[in-house]
Design a protein around this ligand. Structure first.
Ligand SMILES: C[S@@+](CC[C@H](N)C(=O)[O-])C[C@H]1O[C@@H](n2cnc3c(N)ncnc32)[C@H](O)[C@@H]1O
Length: 213
């Protein structure tokens, strides 16, 4: 929290950077980049990996700034998004409240721990997304490795998860009996489970490991 100050203005919450090297952050799903991605939503890797489609119910365990949840909901799925950081929850909540499209209506945001959410579910979701924070790669001291934009905020603000987080979330997701569990990993990250993935989708900066429960 020390590098940002949460500020409430008329349109909603905003994180004000105290460090001039960081940018202020506000979540706004009406931006040009999101509109462009929505035009070819079926080719979005996260949408294909979790098989997002109308009528499907997906749990996003790591809502963060909401991009993945919004993409999955743009493909017609209903999304339960869980975020444990209160400031990030408030940022996302105000962005969803301001969004006037039907996409935001398909996202139900919860504040809390996704493990508790998954273990208390009484019905089986179609898919579960897990995108935890990672420690920076070994070359992180170089300027090149510095996280940029929204990711920069998440790194500065939330910090990395401890190594056990992904295991705990993954086992809770397995326990739901859902068809697909998608775990987003940096390309450099080592394998975290002995379970064989159904497939792996490699992107430029990350890979999506897809498992069945
Ligand atoms: C890498 S970010 C996710 C980014 C997100 N996929 C997006 O599109 O913006 C990880 C987020 O997950 C949250 N998180 C990590 N473990 C969690 C848990 N067990 N329950 C709820 N939120 C969690 C962190 O607070 C952080 O905001």
């Amino acid at each position: 929290m020390s590098q940002f100050r949460l500020h409430h203005t008329a349109p909603g919450y905003r994180l004000i950077a105290k460090d001039p090297a960081l940018s202020d952050v506000q979540v706004d799903f009406s931006n040009v980049s999101m509109q462009r991605r929505q035009r070819s939503i079926r080719s979005e890797r996260i949408v294909k990996a979790v098989q997002a489609a109308p009528g499907r119910r997906i749990v996003d365990c790591t809502a963060g700034l909401g991009t993945d949840s919004f993409l999955v909901a743009s493909a017609g799925a209903h999304v339960e998004s869980i975020e444990r950081s209160h400031p990030l929850y408030l940022l996302l909540q105000s962005a969803l409240a301001q969004d006037e499209t039907s996409v935001a209506e398909r996202i139900q945001l919860h504040r809390g721990d996704a493990v508790a959410f998954l273990t208390s579910m009484t019905s089986v979701p179609d898919g579960v997304l897990i995108d935890p924070m990672y420690p920076p790669p070994v070359r992180s001291s170089s300027r090149k490795a510095k996280a940029k934009g929204a990711l920069q905020v998440l790194h500065a603000f939330v910090g990395p998860d401890d190594g056990d987080q992904i295991q705990t979330l993954f086992h809770a997701a397995l326990g739901t009996g859902c068809r697909r569990i998608v775990v987003k990993r940096p390309r450099w990250a080592p394998t975290f489970t002995d379970k064989k993935p159904l497939f792996v989708n490699d992107g430029r900066s990350n890979r999506l490991e897809v498992y069945s429960a």
